[in-house]
Design a protein around this ligand. Sequence first.
Ligand code: GAR
Length: 225
Amino acid sequence: MPVPNPQDKLAVVVLASGEGTNLQAILDCAATGELPVKVHAVISDRSGTPALQCARRADAAAQICAAADYPEREHYDAALSRHIDQYKPGLVVLAGFMRILGGHFVDHYRGRLLNIHPSLLPKYRGLHTHRRVLAAGDREHGCSVHFVTRTLDSGPVIAQIKVKVMPGDSEDTLRARVLRQEHRLYPEVIGWFARGRLRLDDSHVVLDGKRLQSPVMLPAQEQDQ
Ligand code: GAR
């Protein structure tokens, strides 16, 4: 894969199923120039999602690749790849894309496919992370950005932000606190990638030429520490 030239804007395609608040954070940082990327397209597996509206407001292509049109997973993944590849992205960003992607798809984008997950991976892979953290009585929680590999939520973790679980937290208050950090974490990591500082080497994260021994821990905003 060519190393991005720092002068160029990296072509990005975002896959999103829902509210699109992470997408919006990325679009905002791209608009200010803080993030040297251009989001060419947002693709959703559902019609009418707020994420698609965010895309249209930012003049990015808003496309739907509906699961119902492709009963076989491989056919869906192939159609999704065709949608994505027409934009020739250097990076594909999963921002609340709530479908499991097959091995061929993941291999095709290996090293240029990122995901954000609302937990301190490897803890709480899968769904309902905030509920599970509360049920376990954990004192801390957070979010992770990782390279996507074939096993769900198990790819090499690049960076994380921790937040405290407060007495009296509900799933909603905890989700909101973690989401605020996601909006800082994802643009930061995408910026590293876009500036050629971050890559996947075999199964290791390499940042600034060094293999990470553990994820980079970024500080939470003061109110959420
Ligand atoms: C985010 O919390 C993201 O971490 C999570 O979905 C939410 C999407 O919010 N993703 C996953 O759970 C993927 N396993 P958004 O649509 O407002 O960005």
